[in-house]
Write a protein that binds this ligand. Structure first.
Ligand SMILES: NC(=O)c1ccc[n+]([C@@H]2O[C@H](COP(=O)([O-])OP(=O)(O)OC[C@H]3O[C@@H](n4cnc5c(N)ncnc54)[C@H](O)[C@@H]3O)[C@@H](O)[C@H]2O)c1
Ligand SMILES: O=P(O)(O)OC[C@H](O)CO
Length: 337
């Protein structure tokens, strides 16, 4: 048994708090939002985002950061990506040196193009930062549906420490040293999922979705490798694994937002209807900026940006993707002749 705190009590923070409490750990669940704390205390359930799933009685719910951060063996960052920096700044004074922190949010900061572990390293420099990612919807994890994830850390001991804390007979955790690859897989797949949702919303079929997913992972790995990630990671749980779940699941916020945009709703209307964080919208501009900075071709990401931020119709974006200049599937494969 260890002492764990989860910062952020949306659907993912709550689902992980339940998993960790069921694993026998002493769990504190923190939120900045007083309404959220009140709701969880009153109902012992995230009625807004995970209806029907009760919190074990042992979970302590708090809005006090000192209570959340003091004396913990592990702190889990589970706030939506736009609030990772502000939450890190707020919590830094309460966090001890060498504290192990694992970030489970997925995103890239638009203003700095930093990944979330880079933000945590900036704001809490004396902590040890790891990441956990993979195909894992809160709706399923909270109900004990078999799920796999990967934890990335600089040190093998830290990765094994976190692996042991999260592992259960329903939640299998792998380890990896490729933090940047894991983070980019988890963030970039959200942008591709918007495109997959748009294709569904436009009434296209399975062929179209398979095309977007396959060419999407090609774009993700090109950028990821240019930024120092390992190509294998993009074929793993936090790459193609998460891309599959997010592009095909009824639970996916990004796919569902894309579906609504494909049906003709505006980006803002789609985000409001989904009512939970749609991370792909926040990561899309950053992904395109990184692609341009590193001279990487990301045509799907480029079209998604035009649909989201430049009023381009989803139909025109699909036409432009299909009518791009002819090209090879993989540019580094040599011809025999
Ligand atoms: N939901 C999932 O299935 C799932 C799975 C894996 C990863 N994730 C990732 O986890 C992160 C959180 O996702 P979620 O689904 O829980 O989102 P959510 O919309 O359900 O919850 C976001 C939470 O962020 C916190 N928050 C909101 N505003 C804040 C502020 N101003 N300051 C501090 N905290 C604030 C609140 O606790 C809020 O409930 C995202 O990056 C998401 O991609 C989600
Ligand atoms: O599928 P989404 O868009 O809800 O994103 C949630 C998680 O990243 C899935 O692993």
């Amino acid at each position: 048994m260890v002492k764990v705190s989860v910062l952020g009590a949306g659907s993912w923070g709550t689902a992980l708090a339940i998993l960790l409490a069921n694993n026998g750990h002493e769990v504190t669940l923190w939120s900045l939002l007083e309404d959220e704390v009140e709701l969880l205390r009153t109902h012992r359930e995230q009625t807004d985002k995970l209806p029907g799933v009760k919190l074990p009685n042992s979970i302590v719910i708090t809005s006090d950061l000192n209570e959340a951060c003091k004396g913990k063996d592990l702190i889990v960052f589970a706030v939506a990506s736009p609030f990772v920096r502000s939450t890190a700044k707020l919590s830094a004074p309460y966090i001890r040196d060498n504290q192990i922190i694992v970030n489970v949010a997925k995103g890239i900061e638009e203003a700095t193009l930093s990944t979330l572990s880079e933000i945590l390293n900036d704001e809490i420099p004396n902590a040890e930062i790891a990441v956990l990612s993979g195909p894992s919807h809160a709706e399923e994890v909270s109900r004990g549906i078999p799920t796999t994830c990967v934890v990335g850390a600089e040190s093998k001991d830290t990765a094994h420490f976190i692996q042991d804390i999260f592992m259960s007979d329903k939640f299998r955790v792998y380890t990896s040293p490729d933090i940047i690859g894991i983070e980019l897989g988890g963030s970039l797949k959200n942008v591709i999922a918007l495109a997959a949702g748009i294709a569904d919303g436009l009434g296209f079929g399975d062929n179209t979705k398979a095309a977007l997913m396959t060419r999407g992972i090609a774009e993700m790995s090109r950028l990821g490798v240019a930024l120092g990630g390992r190509r294998e990671t993009f074929a793993g749980l936090s790459g193609v694994g998460d891309l599959i779940v997010t592009c095909t699941s009824k639970h996916s916020r990004n796919r569902n937002a894309g579906f609504l945009i494909g049906e003709g709703y505006s980006m803002q209307e789609a985000m409001d209807k989904v009512h939970q964080v749609v991370e792909g919208v926040y990561s899309a501009k950053a992904a395109l900026a990184l692609a341009r900075k590193h001279d990487i071709q990301m045509p799907i990401v480029e079209q998604i940006n035009q649909v989201l931020f430049e009023n381009k119709s989803a139909k025109d974006a699909v036409d432009d993707l299909l009518l791009r200049d002819k090209t090879r599937e993989y540019s580094d494969l040599e011809w025999k002749k």
